[in-house]
Ligand binder design. Structure first.
Ligand code: IPE
Ligand code: IPE
Ligand code: MG
Length: 255
């Protein structure tokens, strides 16, 4: 198998093409199916979101043994504001509760937490908690957990383009020098390597505006399991399946 090896001290630097069957360094997950999981039990959708939130810690904790250094999870999309006010408010309150209850454990377990997405639309109290958790865990390196809240790939590219254009207008950036290495520096994910594997639970085979730029060459796995049923064993199975894939990046194996 051909896999790109990256220089670990600089995640964005692709150093060479190598023959490898190692696991994914960065896994991104579209955590879908909470609502259906609850509804199939005759319970309200928020019951499913609470069950889903409980899964997150187990999946984060499973990462080091699987060789996964970066885990990025889609928690709330720019499109999810279309849901009922009850569901949106319930999700925001769940995020606050989750941060409060998990902050100390995340810090002590070596998890570095980052948030991506547009914070402007979020409540000030939640933004403060997100900033504080990022600061609290800033020195951790065991697992890099990135949580996407009010995140949309198109919105991210639009916001990045705006800042890029501002730099051009200010004379800080020469338009002739813009290439495909330039835009990622303006994305929310500028400090992360691209995902190697994107998993979506719940059987939907779409990406719903997640990491559009970054996943250009990701491997995808769409699985039927609903997110609240996504156990570390299921996760391990998907990660093991990745090792059998042939990533050619447009090239030819053994060329
Ligand atoms: C994913 O589960 C979680 C969020 C989008 C916040 P859903 O809430 O989309 O669950 P389904 O797809 O309706 O079952
Ligand atoms: C994607 O799931 C967003 C998150 C998992 C946070 P959705 O359930 O919102 O996506 P669609 O509506 O099925 O495309
Ligand atoms: Mg859904």
């Amino acid at each position: 198998m051909i896999k790109r090896a990256r220089n670990k001290s600089d995640p964005s630097e692709v150093t060479t093409l190598v023959d490898a069957s190692s696991g994914p360094r960065h896994v991104a997950i579209i955590m879908d199916g909470n609502g259906r999981w609850a509804q199939s039990r005759g319970r309200p959708r928020l019951f499913g979101h609470h069950a889903g939130a409980k899964r997150v810690r187990e999946i984060v904790e499973a990462c080091p043994d699987l060789g996964v250094e970066y885990l990025t999870i889609f928690a709330f999309s720019t499109e999810n504001w279309k849901r009922t006010q009850t569901e949106v408010a319930g999700l925001m309150s769940l995020f606050r509760r989750y941060i409060t209850s998990q902050a100390r454990d995340l810090k002590d377990n070596g998890v570095r937490v980052r948030f991506i997405g547009d914070r402007v639309k979020l409540e000030a109290s939640l933004i403060k908690m997100m900033d504080d958790l990022e600061a609290l865990t800033a020195d951790n390196t065991r697992v890099h957990l990135t949580v996407a809240i009010n995140y949309g790939g198109r919105d991210e590219v639009a916001r990045a383009t705006k800042r890029l254009a501002q730099d051009v207008a200010a004379g800080k950036l020469d338009p002739d020098g813009i290439d495909e290495e330039t835009l990622p520096k303006y994305l929310d994910t500028c400090l992360l390597p691209d995902p190697d594997l994107v998993i979506r639970t719940s059987g939907e085979a779409r990406i719903s505006n997640f990491l559009l730029w970054q996943s250009a060459y990701a491997e995808y796995e769409f699985i039927e399991t609903l997110w609240p049923d996504f156990s570390p064993e299921v996760f391990a199975g998907v990660v093991e399946g990745y090792a059998g894939r042939d990533r050619r990046y447009g090239g030819v194996r053994n060329a």
